[in-house]
Design a protein around this ligand. Sequence first.
Ligand code: COA
Length: 325
Amino acid sequence: MKRSVVLGTGSFLPRRELTNADLERMVDTSDEWIASRTGIRTRRIAGKGEENYRLAAGAARRALEMAGLEAGEIDLIVVATMTPHMTMPSCACFVQAEIGAQRAFAYDLNAACSGYLFALDMADKYVLNKPDMNILVIGSETLSARVNWQDRNTCILFGDGAGACVLSGRDHGGGIIDSQLFTDGNLWELLYMHSPKSLNPDLVQPGDDHGYIRMTGRDVFKFAVRAMEESVTALLQRNGIATKDIGLMIPHQANIRIIHKLMERLGVPEEKVYINVNKYGNTSAASIPIALDEANRQGLIRRGDLVLFCAFGGGFTWGSMLMCW
Ligand code: COA
């Protein structure tokens, strides 16, 4: 049976680094506070010529190169993002034009920080239906455009970047095994970002400002740990897989304390968890594919290894996925 297999991975980060020391000069904070509460030391911030679609295209080119495919061989481009360069056309359309993937159809998907798992899950369904499809699944964000740089509660957490993989059907025994996705729209007020201000006065939202990210950090923290733990436990159970059988866990990189709590509760040792939140902060939908590409290029995943992903984001959205490499 043909399953959805990753043929290649890629990532692309903006050049400019913003360190905790830089943030100390912008808001009332300290390297010690940020590092001990979040594990983040530095993050990348997009500059001129590094719009969301350009980061996405950079990651896509690297994934295509590893897959040994030309852009013209891609059938579908899905970009998971909540910070598209424009509301219309989608970021995916810009990527298509930028890399020259003329045969593809393309669209964006928004499930906040869980977006990459939602996009992979959807791409998997296309491949199961039509195994010869080549799909570029990209997660790309420029969150620096949407954080309030005067709000120390949020501006220290986020960064920009993109990651991608090429998915297609193969029957070599590997591929996506199973996934579970969840949302709870009732909890949206704990983590949200307004759209740009409405031009229809009747539709202006109370509190609508510049479309900044807003968050109730403590509640998000607690819910995120519990939701990911329950999702992973249920996914492993229904596939008859023990935690010790996992080759590598790639969690959404939001905060080192969330990741540590998750490892503790699931009983996954540190050497089996890929962590790069220290370098890039929370890059939302880009965090899992950037981490996957780094782990892949460092040779940390071998054919036959079980890779476990889990994510959490605004909505709330969350879920997990199991893949055999
Ligand atoms: N530097 C220094 N002090 C800060 C600060 C900063 N950057 N940000 C907040 N503080 C202060 C607060 O103002 C508060 O001060 P007060 O007690 O005088 O009011 C104090 O630190 C504690 O704030 P609190 O929000 O309770 O801290 P916390 O221990 O919960 O840590 C987070 C804050 C944001 C790091 C933590 O809640 C978190 O990681 N939440 C999850 C966020 C997340 O990952 N979101 C995305 C999910 S996809």
